[in-house]
Ligand binder design. Structure first.
Ligand code: PMP
Length: 369
């Protein structure tokens, strides 16, 4: 039996993608072997890789002057690899970071090992807006307030804070290249590559399984790595070798490719954007109408992917989770740093799953409210 899996990542995959992978598991396209047994240099596997890249390019309309890389080390690995590759781009050794929650803070802390890092804007304090006080990390620092050094090698932002449930995609046009961690909202909406020069994402939420990070990087930013950057993590080397400088996680790339085909069949990123709006509006609408549950994120910055919510009576948390699991709704426990619940509703979660959650929550409130 399949459950509605609200895990933040690795997260639910479409059943038809899993069934295709299962059907191809022991004999991929009549080759008599699994994709995971195949040389990464074989013509068949190179075809799988090339198609995955072409499909990702098409889905996100990635311009030709951007390289598409499949890199290792996950998204957190890039927290160190990005400065190693970019911070000496213009010889300044400087990079600026916008802080909007746990993941951007982590990125910033790691980068400090490699250069002169400064905070360009932060939501780490409370903010008065719309006659209300918004707690730290429940809003996003407005671009007009960002203080970016003109000689910074790049400015880093996280467009979706998976833990706090804060999303911001309206990146301004800046002279300094913008590097965006899009791990938890990639392929859920378009990326404007005239404003974002590097976008990277762990694959395990909206693009298949863990093992790779997807990276779109403007080609002129390649080739500036510091001498101490490991060769296998030098983005220019990875690009030259078509993401095969060393043996890549071949199965993860294959799974990402199956997800890209599935996304195409759904109608692409525009269709997903509409579907994600409908899903998140249904859930936030329900939370806002309730006296029993609450979401504390500023309405302008609420994530369409990760919806944290609290039961006003937190003594009911354990019962809520136990009964939700029994009803086939799993992985709803919020991150330990914020408590409460979190429903991650990535591309693979249909409206039907969100409706099942709302129905359960309505019923739980009726019985315990
Ligand atoms: N950035 C964001 C926004 C994330 O949500 C995550 C994972 N939850 C990461 C970075 C870290 O990803 P990884 O585990 O692939 O290093």
């Amino acid at each position: 039996m399949r459950v509605w899996n609200f895990s933040a990542g690795p997260s639910m995959l479409p059943l038809e993608v899993l069934e295709q992978a299962a059907a191809e598991m022991t004999d991929w396209h009549g080759t008599g072997m699994s994709i995971m047994e195949m040389s990464h240099r074989s013509k068949d596997y190179m075809g799988v890789r090339d198609e995955a890249e072409a499909d990702l390019r098409a889905l996100l309309s990635v311009p030709d002057d951007f390289a598409v890389l499949f890199v290792q080390g996950g998204a957190q690995g890039q927290n160190g690899l990005l400065p190693l590759n970019l911070i000496q781009r213009n010889g300044s050794g400087k990079a600026d970071y916008v802080l909007s929650g746990s993941w951007s803070v982590k990125s910033c802390e790691e980068a400090q090992r490699y250069g002169d890092i400064r905070v360009a804007g932060t939501s780490g304090q409370s903010w008065q807006d719309q006659g209300k006080e918004w707690a730290p990390w429940t809003w996003f620092p407005e671009p007009s307030q960002w203080d970016v050094r003109p000689d910074a090698a790049y400015l880093h932002v996280c467009t979706n804070e998976t833990i706090g449930g804060v999303e911001f995609n309206d990146i301004p046009k800046l002279d300094v290249p913008v590097v965006a961690d899009v791990s938890s909202n990639i392929l859920s909406c378009p990326i404007d590559f005239s404003r974002v020069s590097v976008a990277y994402a762990g694959a395990q939420k909206n693009a298949g399984m863990s093992g790779i990070a997807l990276m779109m990087i403007r080609r002129d930013l390649l080739g500036h790595a510091m001498d101490l950057c490991p060769s296998a993590f030098n983005y220019a080397n990875i690009e030259k070798q078509q993401s095969m400088f060393n043996t890549p996680p071949t199965y993860s790339i294959y799974m990402a490719g199956l997800m890209f085909k599935w996304l195409e069949r759904q109608g692409g990123v525009a269709a997903m954007q509409a579907r994600n709006a409908a899903k998140s509006e249904a859930l936030y609408g329900f939370l806002d109408a309730s006296e029993f549950y609450t979401n504390t994120v500023h309405p302008a910055y609420r994530s369409r992917m990760n919806v944290p919510f609290l039961l006003r009576d937190q003594s009911l948390d354990a019962l809520f989770l136990e009964q939700a699991t029994a009803a086939g709704l799993t992985s709803l426990k919020g991150h330990k740093s914020v408590g409460g619940m979190r429903a991650s509703i990535y591309n693979a979660m249909p409206l039907e799953g969100v409706q099942a959650l709302i129905d359960f929550m309505t019923d739980f409130e009726r019985r315990n409210g």
